[in-house]
Design a protein. Structure first.
Length: 298
């Protein structure tokens, strides 16, 4: 419905972890086979890309059974290429640890739009969540959120052998936490059906509408076409996990500004000295005389 591009929600410290995660996602993407695919890929490019996903992505069947697929179970993935529909067959896949594949899958993306969309959401909303939780806390929260989202999808699709890739499950956890922590923050968003005019909406509307549109039942009700390549269940699970975690461990009220420094010693002495007897301060060289004269006048 809308594309968030900026939020009016200043932070107190630089979000180094958020920026590092964005940079790492770009680096992994650029060294992978997907970066060279522009437009419709050739059959060779498509199958090399799919093999990369099978090797490093998270496969629900492997996660549930905690073992790698046998050669007989390896998926035969049909892909669209510039030469028509092709079926990719993989042989001699290297050994992988299913639990670790969830971590590697978080940093792999299927294309430029997939990567840029995820990183935009992480850039807009991740810094404030990091600011509230703290850097190390946010990093653990992000990774655990990705694991929860991926395993939730696997539990509901235990026989699926198509690999999951992308950071959207972990980012969804950050979105859920942001919604709880900053529901009234103003988010500048582009509205596609209004010719991409930038408008400002409260976070509860932007993130709430995003969450609702992840529900297939709502998509069918609104007539929104469902993309079968998107793991909506992972988005929903990550979002709910992030929201509940923020509710459990944080308060909604933001910490106030730091307390002002204590006054200099000479000011404290003057405040407690009788009239006419206070010490002279650096900005009031005649303080003693003025105080004494005032006392005689009274």
């Amino acid at each position: 419905m809308v594309i968030p591009i900026h939020d009016k929600n200043p932070v107190r410290r630089t979000a180094y972890v958020t920026y590092a995660l964005i940079a790492l996602n770009f680096v992994v993407f650029l060294v992978g086979p997907s970066a060279s695919v522009v437009g419709s890929p050739s059959p060779t490019q498509a199958c090399v890309q799919q093999r990369y996903f099978v090797e490093h992505g998270a496969i629900p069947y492997e996660l549930i059974h905690n073992q790698q697929l046998t050669p007989a179970q390896e998926p035969r993935i049909a892909v669209d290429t510039n030469a028509g529909r092709a079926v990719c067959v993989f042989t001699a896949l290297p050994h992988k640890v299913p639990f670790v594949s969830v971590l590697t899958a978080m940093f792999i993306h299927a294309g430029w739009l997939h990567l840029l969309g995820n990183m935009l959401f992480l850039y807009v909303f991740g810094n404030n969540v990091e600011d509230r939780l703290g850097r190390l806390h946010f990093l653990l929260f992000y990774l655990v959120g990705g694991y929860i989202a991926t395993y939730a999808f696997a539990l509901l699709n235990p026989g699926a052998v198509t690999p999951l890739v992308g950071a959207s499950g972990a980012i969804a956890a950050a979105l859920g936490a942001y919604l709880y922590l900053f529901p009234k923050a103003k988010v500048t968003s582009l509205v596609p059906f209004l010719f991409f005019i930038p408008l400002r909406f409260p976070a509860w509307l932007v993130l709430g509408s995003w969450f609702v549109l992840q529900l297939p039942s709502i998509q069918h009700l609104l007539g929104v076409p469902t993309d079968t390549t998107v793991a909506y269940v992972a988005h929903v699970a990550g979002f709910i996990a992030g929201f509940l975690y923020a509710m459990a461990v944080t308060g909604r009220r933001r910490p106030g500004p730091p307390a002002p420094p204590p006054p200099p010693e000479w000011q404290r002495m003057r405040a407690t000295s009788p009239p006419g007897r206070g010490p002279r301060g650096p900005y009031d060289p005649y303080g003693f005389r003025v105080a004494a004269w005032s006392q005689r006048l009274s």
